[in-house]
Each structure stands twice: as C-alpha cells, then as structure tokens.
Design a protein around this ligand. Structure first.
Ligand code: HEC
Ligand code: HEC
Ligand code: HEC
Ligand code: HEC
Length: 176
C-alpha cells in the first residue's frame, strides 16, 4: 500500500514537471518576426497599430525625466531602464531566463506582441497560425482582461485606473 502511494506521488510530481517544462519552452522571438506576416493593411496591419500605441514605447519611457521622478518617488534607486521593479511591466517577458529569448528579441520594443499573445516560437508557423486550436496548444494566448491586469494594476506607480471597455479600443487591432 505504502509503495503504491509513493509511486503515485512520483508520477504526480513528474507530471507537474513535464507540464511546467512544456510551458516554459516556448521562446520569445521578438516583434520583427511577428510583423513579417502582420503588417498588411488588408489584414489590419497589427504592426503599425501597435507602433502607434504607448506599448511600443514602454521601455523608452523609462529613460525620461518622468521615469526618474517616478523611480525616486517609488524608492527605486539607479537607472529605471535597468531596474527590475520597473522593467517587469515595461518590457516583455522580464525576469525570465535568458535562454528563452531568441536573438531577434529586443527589450527596446517594450510591451510587444508576445507580452499579450505569449512566447511565439512554437505557434508562429503558418500551419498553427491558421488553426486557432493548434496555435493555442503551441502557446498562443487570445488575451482577455486578465492579461492586461497583470500590468495595469496598483503596483504601477503611475496607475490611473483600468477599464477594459475604455482601454481596449485604444490598442485593438482587428482584421477589417
Ligand atoms: C509566417 C507568418 C506568421 C508569423 C511569423 C506570425 N503569424 Fe500570426 N498569423 C498568421 C496567419 C496567416 C494568421 C491567420 C489569420 C490571418 O490571415 O491574419 C495569423 C493569425 C494570428 C492571430 C489570430 C489567431 C486567431 O485564431 O484568430 C494572432 C493573435 C497572431 N497571428 C499573432 C501572432 C504573433 C503574436 C506572432 C509573433 C509571435 C505571429 N502571429 C507570427 C501568420 C503569421
Ligand atoms: C505593475 C506594472 C508596472 C510597474 C511595476 C511599473 N509601471 Fe510604469 N506604467 C505601467 C502602466 C500600466 C502605465 C500606464 C499608465 C496607466 O494608464 O495606468 C505606466 C506608465 C508609466 C509612465 C508614464 C506616465 C505618464 O504620465 O505618461 C512612466 C514614466 C512610468 N510608468 C515609469 C515607471 C517606473 C520608473 C517604474 C519603476 C519605479 C514603473 N513605471 C513601474 C505599469 C507599471
Ligand atoms: C506587460 C505589461 C502590460 C500588459 C500585459 C498590458 N499593458 Fe497596457 N501598458 C503597459 C505600460 C507599461 C503602459 C505605459 C507605456 C508608456 O507610457 O510608455 C501601458 C499603456 C497602455 C495604454 C495607454 C494608456 C494611456 O495613458 O494613454 C492603454 C490604452 C493600454 N495600455 C491598454 C492595455 C490593454 C487593453 C491591455 C490588455 C489587452 C494591456 N494594456 C496590457 C503595460 C502593459
Ligand atoms: C496589449 C495587448 C496586445 C498586444 C501588445 C498585441 N495584441 Fe494582438 N490582440 C490582443 C487582444 C486583446 C486581441 C483580441 C482577442 C480576441 O479577439 O479574443 C488581439 C487580437 C489579435 C489578432 C486577431 C485579430 C482579428 O480580428 O482576428 C491578431 C492577428 C493579433 N492580435 C496580432 C498581434 C500582433 C502581430 C501584435 C504585435 C505587433 C499584437 N497582436 C500585439 C492584444 C494584444
């Protein structure tokens, strides 16, 4: 009896490890790769739309005087562009292991496609992209409010409130 319990526990633990490993293995490919296929006007030009939002500027914002003031007030010392306390919401995938970022990825791109849609190395293939179920299995996230609130919350020193119905239209990029 004791042995069966031990075996069951072992199976459970290895199952959990497998699941978390599979999730962690998707890599961040960077905005340029997504945009290769998502910059045609007839399909909504998600690249251009994103460039027009503050998300594309979120890392650069950390170099402004306003950011230095914000950091000071929040008790964060040093350059905000190097402070984990700020980067965690101003750059995609911050804090994750370096091995999860492909060479095309750049933190300069701030809050990029993959901050909302998930790391793209496994869903970027057209065969997955054309089949939502497959893409989601390969890591694609079709974001809801829950994704926004990971960053739009009171941990943000400049939080101005968040209302999905008001904010989402400002960053939406539907196919026409
Ligand atoms: C090789 C081309 C290609 C690349 C690279 C690519 N996509 Fe796509 N994507 C497509 C195609 C084709 C579709 C199908 C819909 C369409 O025609 O726009 C699609 C659909 C999508 C959808 C909608 C899925 C659905 O079920 O409605 C999202 C979201 C998306 N892509 C995000 C991304 C992101 C984020 C990246 C980068 C990590 C990316 N794509 C990279 C070609 C690509
Ligand atoms: C929990 C996520 C989060 C953290 C942590 C965070 N920010 Fe932000 N930051 C945001 C969001 C979201 C906005 C957009 C403001 C809004 O609409 O609430 C923003 C906006 C800003 C702005 C622009 C403000 C304006 O008036 O236009 C600056 C500057 C800024 N942040 C600096 C910082 C600095 C410096 C730090 C570190 C001390 C930091 N942020 C930490 C999420 C965060
Ligand atoms: C990874 C963190 C992150 C996620 C996820 C995120 N945002 Fe943001 N968002 C930011 C930051 C940081 C800023 C401020 C950038 C700046 O001012 O440079 C911002 C700014 C904005 C702004 C501009 C606000 C203004 O003051 O003009 C809107 C609108 C917005 N986000 C909507 C959304 C929506 C809707 C979602 C979910 C679909 C979302 N965001 C998800 C971090 C995030
Ligand atoms: C702030 C979060 C956020 C960012 C950044 C973002 N998206 Fe999206 N995207 C969304 C949301 C939310 C939807 C709508 C999800 C749904 O319909 O269920 C969406 C939908 C899409 C769709 C489907 C459009 C349609 O009408 O079928 C495509 C394609 C897409 N995104 C591609 C991209 C690409 C490419 C980038 C980067 C250039 C990007 N997204 C950046 C949040 C984001």
């Amino acid at each position: 009896m004791k042995r069966i319990v031990l075996i069951l526990i072992a199976i459970l633990i290895s199952g959990v490890c497998l699941v978390s490993r599979a999730e962690a293995e998707h890599k961040y490919i960077g905005i340029k790769k997504c945009s290769m296929c998502h910059r045609s006007d007839s399909k909504g030009n998600q690249h251009k739309q994103w460039l027009s939002t503050k998300h594309s500027n979120a890392y650069k914002t950390l170099a402004t005087d306003a950011a230095v003031e914000t950091a000071k007030a929040a008790g964060v010392t040093g350059n905000p562009q190097e402070a984990a306390e700020c980067l965690r919401c101003h750059v995609t995938g911050q804090g994750l292991d370096e091995s999860l970022f492909e060479s095309g990825f750049s933190k300069e791109d701030g809050v990029s496609c993959e901050a909302c849609h998930g790391a793209g190395s496994d869903y970027m293939a057209v065969s997955a992209m054309r089949d939502r179920e497959k893409a989601i299995e390969a890591g694609l996230i079709m974001p809801t409010q829950a994704v926004c609130i990971k960053c739009h919350n009171t941990d943000s020193p400049n939080f101005t409130g968040f209302d999905f119905d008001e904010y989402y239209p400002k960053v939406a990029h539907p196919k026409p």
